[in-house]
Design a protein around this ligand. Structure first.
Ligand SMILES: Cc1cc2nc3c(=O)[nH]c(=O)nc-3n(C[C@H](O)[C@H](O)[C@H](O)COP(=O)(O)OP(=O)(O)OC[C@H]3O[C@@H](n4cnc5c(N)ncnc54)[C@H](O)[C@@H]3O)c2cc1C
Length: 314
């Protein structure tokens, strides 16, 4: 992650400011406010603002005049009940706003989550930075042979070095051509005064998908949990999962009780179909159930066995 001196100074200035308020605040999240949490090689997540806390969930659920809180254990019990039973609207009373710097191919996955408010850095208006995501060696993997949407073994030796060279060279060459077509430096001055230069909105189409973009992204806690349940899941692509995991850390600081309920009833939980449940019941009754006599197809059987810890999901 590279922040310019000016960007780092702006963050420090923002962090030094204090705004007296009657609104509830969360000290653990205040301590993180504005700071860039590094993700991937040049990316980050920063919390810019938030509204609400664990008590706000309780307050909304009870439709209280005051803070609505009772004993800590009662409040935690209520939050966990709401999470367990998909009583979702009290979680929508909390909001959080992030500033995210991410590769364009990750942004394409992320933007599919339609329940957030987004404002992206405009490459029609500004010139994108010369920064590309290059996977760390341990993330440079072959296509999975068993999952068409996944990775297999990590590449090694000459092949890994060659792939990294290709990624770096192509991104660099495309960026150099982008800069050449724009014919302007970051300050807006013409590099070659004899040329007009191509419009930024057109020149950007030459950039590779590992180029970094940035956005402000605001979402309520219910929909954030939905995003995190899909993107912090082990099946999500590593690159977006890295962002989701950084955001999970901010959620733990912000709403610790709701965060724990989310881990227990969503992220660490498994949904069983009626047929899967029937298999579990037969197994608990002592029957030796195998895939052929389970009523499940091989994929579902493998998923059930992974969920109950009998064997690895393939
Ligand atoms: C592992 C993985 C693989 C994926 N693979 C592909 C793929 O191959 N191709 C592909 O195109 N996408 C793929 N996706 C994206 C996926 O299909 C969803 O678009 C994405 O996860 C956003 O989910 P969502 O719609 O539930 O979220 P959000 O857009 O945040 O919506 C949250 C919820 O709001 C409701 N909602 C929001 N908007 C509407 C609406 N217009 N109409 C009705 N209900 C709405 C739905 O209940 C929805 O679940 C993949 C996602 C994952 C996690």
């Amino acid at each position: 992650m590279r922040l310019t001196e000016q960007q780092a100074a702006d963050i420090e200035t923002a962090r030094a400011q204090r705004s007296p308020t009657a609104r509830p605040t969360v000290p653990a999240l205040e301590a993180m406010l504005f700071q860039a949490i590094p993700v991937l090689d040049h990316g980050f997540v920063r919390v810019i603002d938030y509204m609400g806390d664990d008590a706000a969930i309780v307050q909304a659920a009870r439709v209280s005049y005051g803070r609505g809180t009772r004993r800590v254990s009662e409040d935690a019990g209520l939050i966990r009940y709401l999470m367990r039973h998909y009583h979702s609207t009290p979680f929508e009373m909390c909001e959080i706003k992030y500033h995210v710097k991410l590769p364009i191919f990750v942004a394409r996955q992320w933007i599919r989550h339609r329940t957030a408010n987004v404002n992206e850095y405009s490459a029609r208006y500004s010139i994108l930075d010369r920064e590309f995501y290059l996977p760390a060696p341990e993330h440079l993997a072959a296509q999975s042979s068993v999952n068409r949407q996944g990775r297999g073994d990590v590449l090694s030796g000459e092949e890994a070095a060659h792939v990294l060279d290709l990624l770096r060279d192509d991104a660099t060459r495309c960026y150099d051509h982008y800069a050449e077509m724009l014919n302007e430096d970051q300050a807006g001055a013409a590099r070659d005064p004899s040329r007009q230069g191509l419009a930024r909105e057109l020149a950007r189409m030459n950039l590779t998908l590992n180029t970094y973009t940035q956005w402000y992204w605001k979402i309520d806690l219910y929909n954030l949990f939905h995003f995190l349940s899909l993107r912090a899941d082990a099946h999500a692509q590593y690159e977006i999962r890295a962002y989701a995991e950084a955001m999970l850390g901010t959620v733990a600081a912000w709403v610790p009780v709701a965060h724990q309920a989310f881990l227990d009833y969503r992220l660490g939980a498994a949904t069983l179909s009626a047929q899967m449940l029937a298999v579990v019941r037969r197994m608990l009754a002592g029957e030796a159930v195998e895939q052929p006599n389970s009523g499940l197809n091989r994929r579902e059987w493998a998923e059930l066995m992974a969920a109950v810890g009998r064997q690895e999901e393939r």
